[in-house]
Structure formats: C-alpha cells, structure tokens
Ligand binder design. Sequence first.
Ligand code: ATP
Length: 303
Amino acid sequence: MRSVLASAPAKVNLALRVGPPRLDGYHPLDTVFEALDIFDDVEATSVSDSSVTLSISGLGEDLPVDSRNLAVSAALLLQERFAVPTGVALRITKRIPVAGGMAGGSADAAATLVACNKLWNLDLSTDQLMELGAELGSDVPFCILGSLAHGTGRGEVLRPLKVGVMHSWVILTQRQGLSTPEVFREFDSLMDYVRIPETLVPDTQDLQEALEDSDLEAVGRLMVNDLEQPAFVVRPDIREVLRAAQEYGIRAIMSGSGPTVAVLADDFSTADAIAGKLSRQFPELTVLRANGPAAGAHVQVVR
Ligand code: ATP
C-alpha cells in the first residue's frame, strides 16, 4: 500500500451551551453536533524516511504546514505512540472554511488519523482513534464519529443520537475567520459567574428529543448558541448577517465559535432557493449548500 485517501466532515452545533470554566481552564459544554457533507480530504502517501510533511490545496493555503497544523500533529501522535518507523507525506484538499466554527482543523486531524491508521496497518478501532483524537482537540472525536451526537465534557464525550429526517442547510461563510479562544475570553467577561453555580451547564435534552422525533419546527425553536453574544462583541457584522438570515428557513444560528452562520431549511429545494437569495443579498460572503447528518471520517481509496 502506497497511498490512502480519507475524508472527514465539517460540523455545525445545533445547540452549544457553555458553562463557566473548570479548574483546568476548559469550559464545560453541552452540545449537539451534526456532521455536514462538506468534506476535507487527506491523502497520506508513504515515504522512505521518517519525515512527516504536509501540503495544502483549496482553502487554507496560508495555514502552517509544520506541527502547528493539526494534521501533522495527528500523524506525529500515531507515529510516536506506536513507534512507526516510516513517515508520511500528507496532502490536504481543503473545502471546510478556515477558523469558521466548523471544525476544519479537527476534520483534518480526524482524516489523518483514519488515513495513517490504514497506511501503517495499525488496526486501531474507531473508539481508539476517537480517544487519540481527543488528545489533539475537543472536536476531533466528533469528526471521526460523524452523523448526529450529544457532546459533553469539552465536547469530546459523545453519545450518538438516532437520525431522523435529513437536514438541508445553507452555510454563510466569511472571508475573515474568528479565533475560538478570543470568543471564549469574551464569553468569560460577559458572564456573571456570581449568580451561576460552578457546575451549571444548561442541557440540550429537549433538542435531542425533537431531533430523534424529526420535529423540525421544535428543532428550530430549540436551537441555541451561547457563543453568539460574545462573538457579536468581537465581530458586530455577524449579528447583521444572522438577523438577515433569520428571515429565511426554519432557523438561523451561528456555528460553534463563529463567524459562520447556518440556516436550517425545510427541505433540499427550499435550501437551494434560500442559498440563491442569500448569495445575491450578501455578495461579499461565500454561500454554501450542505446536507446532514453526514458520515464521520472514512477511507475513500487505497492505492
Ligand atoms: P472549531 O470549530 O473546532 O473551534 P474552527 O472551525 O473555528 O474550529 P479551524 O478551521 O479548525 O477553526 O482553525 C482554527 C485554527 O486552527 C486556525 O486558525 C489555524 O491556526 C489552526 N489550524 C491548525 N491546523 C489546521 C488545519 N489543518 N486546518 C485549519 N486550521 C488549522
């Protein structure tokens, strides 16, 4: 085997409830993830020495290609943990917006773990890969699992949800991304922790039930993102985009830590029509159509 091509999905958070930071500095989350059919591809090709290299095409050509890149860290983690003697040349084809709150970096790490597991014949199970993924980033386990899941902890403790109807989305991405740590810092300065008990994170039970019942109207009503207000402070333009997008479909929400805005539509054709209207209304934004829930990280081709 010389080369393995794997893909991993973007995510949207249908709900993202955030609690006050734990002693280790992480914010406890209660979230519902949905994988979307916007995939990054990672091709892993064996090399004769022990080097791990990376090239990127598509979006994100300015991203670092050393160990600051989550794909390189993922390959190094496997190589070191399992004493793999050979290296790998990674090539990412990037379609997931960078720093958009859609877990693009995590998807690249997830696809790299799956590709290198195959290339190096490590035979690790999905659960083992998800555990390793959690060492790289909180969203990596979900990018491996895919579909629809309830997440707690830092978002890495996952419980798959039963999939009902497919969801049609319109995704509005901005040219300039948003830093996740910056949005969490703003969240902390807006929160009044005095009135909020340390352990309280609002739960997403009702939304999970609405999803499992395929009740899209209730899903729309229960969608929530606690990072919207702090993101608006950092980037007031997001509020404007969200307000305009709210006029369409069932419900619009900011994805993760933003600035991407996602509109849940009634069905495929309505979503197509909304995408057309929003791209005319916001020529400066990139408007994508996506459907979910989509598959988690998987091998496409082995050569
Ligand atoms: P999340 O939703 O998980 O918070 P995000 O979608 O907002 O993440 P990413 O696209 O994952 O953001 O990028 C966040 C930062 O991670 C980038 O600004 C970049 O510095 C770093 N990064 C490292 N590796 C990658 C990668 N392979 N793709 C994108 N960003 C990466």
